[in-house]
Write a protein that binds this ligand. Structure first.
Ligand code: FS2
Ligand code: SF4
Length: 554
């Protein structure tokens, strides 16, 4: 195996990368190899699908499969080699169907169909051992001695951003929102990668193009979430459990949560959110379910402690899953792209086994604990509704600066940077949060400013579009460029959605982003220099010094 797609990658060797037998996330070598082969297979689908789409005969079902398949390969999503072996066979079937479709479309257009090579012509070995062996020819670092680490790093940047885009687009897809722009853009980019591009300048330009594609994907997801469940509204979410049977739902998939709420209705089971599911409480059509009882636990890296202590079954709907402890292995379930060997997977939103488990488990006892809550729900609609108040407060000098702390949390000590930044921000500043990086400090009392909470949570990492809309609206109100706003962006990254978001911010011309806690291992020093030169990208450093630098601009 070779994998350097996330922030947790092994950095003990001369070059970063998890090289087996097991990665720092718990992904074993066969699973990593099978993921690489699945990526190879979906490149083959995309080679034909892009051509069919160009001929006016798109296969959106094949494109939706590509979104799902790439999502399964994101960090902390699926660790089950059996699922990957099956997905590879499925992918080859989809590839053959897409090839036939393209050939028919070409003939109908009076063209002689091309016979494509590379991933489009790949045949997986029937024997499982031989199949894993094929991965040595398709890993991300393939061709390294020939093309060098910059080109491999840029190809990786593309692939990882595409994984993030596919995750966002899949979440929109399950809510019935598809976009030809996004599906076609993913196909084009994968077909481009299938050709093993070697021009660094072209790769960098196209990476910025992927940032624009991701903007379309997150806009689509925003429309899917708010169109299905209503715009987020500021909501106090109970964090003290209530007595009774209980189910815990983690990950990002609102459709899974909704289905579970419907299936547990009237059954005396309370549903709790965990991790990135917390912002779900802010959607009117989700919070209308009275048994959506509250939030439990912290961020994803706390799940082994949280899930072991939870007195009911747990549902993982997306990233980030980590190895289930024996204490809860028999009562954790996966859904959608998620998988772990030996853990029960529930397909098609059929949660009956999990509901049975909830009835059989004790649930929470009566407690005398004082009721506590955390407030969420400052998505774009809620913030823009008070835009005049915010703009007035800035003009009056009551609000001096905005810090947007977005992205992922993780177990590494460097993550304290974001807590120090939030807690060290002066009292005349607003802290906006997005994603799971907030759990380290979101129960702190930040007080109020200009009649508004000083800490405004915009939602999941899936709600990045809200942040962009808010920043754009502020820039419009002050008739300035986003870069001239009193706004500091601190991006905490773990996995590949953050890679896609970074490219979107760069594509929008946003400069001086503080990225951390460490830089992506796939970006070589030369690539980092290029990004610093072109986009003013900063490495998250000393929080006090970074705060001082940020405030100098205001
Ligand atoms: Fe957090 Fe993990 Fe949200 Fe990332 S729950 S790090 O994959 O998606 O952010
Ligand atoms: Fe290592 Fe991250 Fe890849 Fe896991 S996903 S193997 S931690 S680089």
């Amino acid at each position: 195996m070779f994998c350097y797609q996330c922030e947790q990658t092994d950095r003990t060797g001369a070059t970063p990368g998890c090289a087996g037998p097991i990665g720092n996330c718990g992904k074993d070598s066969p699973t990593s190899d099978l993921q690489d082969l699945l990526i190879h297979a979906v490149k083959g689908i995309s080679q034909y699908a892009a051509k069919a789409r160009a001929l006016g005969d798109p296969d959106d079902e094949a494109a939706a499969f590509v979104l799902y398949a790439l999502f399964t390969t994101l960090t902390n999503v699926n660790f089950n080699p059996t699922r990957f072996a099956a997905l590879i066979q499925l992918a080859v079937g989809v590839r053959n169907r897409t090839r036939d479709r393209y050939e028919r479309a070409a003939r109908a257009a009076g063209q002689q169909p091309e016979t494509l090579t590379g991933p489009a012509a790949w045949a997986p070995a029937a024997d499982p051992g031989a199949l894993v062996g094929q991965a040595s020819g398709v890993r991300v670092d393939i061709g390294l001695p020939l093309v060098g680490p910059e080109v491999v790093g840029l190809r990786s940047l593309h692939l990882y951003a595409l994984k993030g885009i596919c995750a966002y687009a899949h979440h929109a897809d399950v809510l019935g929102r598809r976009s030809a722009e996004v599906l076609g853009g993913v196909e084009d980019a994968l077909a481009y990668l299938a050709g093993e591009p070697t021009d660094p300048a072209e790769l960098l330009e196209r990476a910025v193009g992927l940032g624009r594609l991701n903007l379309a994907a997150i806009e689509l997801l925003d429309a899917a979430n708010t169109g299905t469940y209503g715009p987020q509204r500021p909501t106090a979410v109970r964090t003290t459990p209530v007595a009774g049977k209980a189910v815990l739902v983690s990950g990002h998939d609102l459709r899974d949560l909704e289905a579970l709420l419907v299936q547990t209705r009237g059954q005396g089971i309370n549903v709790y959110t965990h991790g990135e599911m917390l912002p779900a409480h802010a959607y009117p059509l989700l919070k209308a379910h009275p048994h959506l009882a509250g939030n439990y636990g912290g961020a994803w890296q706390d799940q082994q402690r949280d899930f072991a202590a939870f007195p009911g079954p747990v549902l993982m709907t997306s990233n980030c899953v980590i190895e289930p402890h024996a204490a809860y292995r028999r009562r954790i379930f996966t859904a959608g792209p998620v998988g772990w060997p030996g853990v029960r997977h529930l397909a098609d939103h059929d949660f009956r086994p999990l509901i049975q488990a909830a009835h059989a488990l004790p649930g929470f006892p009566e407690t005398a604990a004082e009721e506590e809550a955390v407030t969420v729900g400052f998505g774009r609609d809620a913030v823009l509704a008070v835009a005049d108040q915010v703009v007035h407060a800035v003009r009056q000098g009551d609000i001096r600066h905005f810090f947007l702390i977005g992205g992922c949390d993780g177990p590494t000590p460097g993550r304290d940077y974001y807590t120090d930044l939030a807690l060290g921000a002066p009292r005349d500043s607003v802290v906006l949060t997005l994603g799971c990086a907030k759990y380290r400090f979101n129960r702190h009392d930040f007080g109020e400013i200009a009649g508004l909470p000083r800490l405004l949570d915009l939602g999941q990492c899936n709600d990045t579009y809200s942040a962009i809309r808010i920043a754009t609206a502020l820039a419009d109100a002050f008739e300035c460029d986003i870069n001239d706003l009193p706004l500091t962006l601190a991006l905490s990254w773990t996995e590949q959605k953050a890679v896609a978001v970074l490219l979107t911010l760069l594509a929008l011309g946003i400069r001086d982003i503080h990225l951390g806690p460490s830089l992506p291992g796939f970006l070589t020093p030369a690539l980092v220099d290029e990004l610093v030169k072109r986009f003013g990208l900063r490495v998250a450093g000393d929080p006090a010094a970074d705060l001082a630098t940020a405030l100098e601009r205001t």
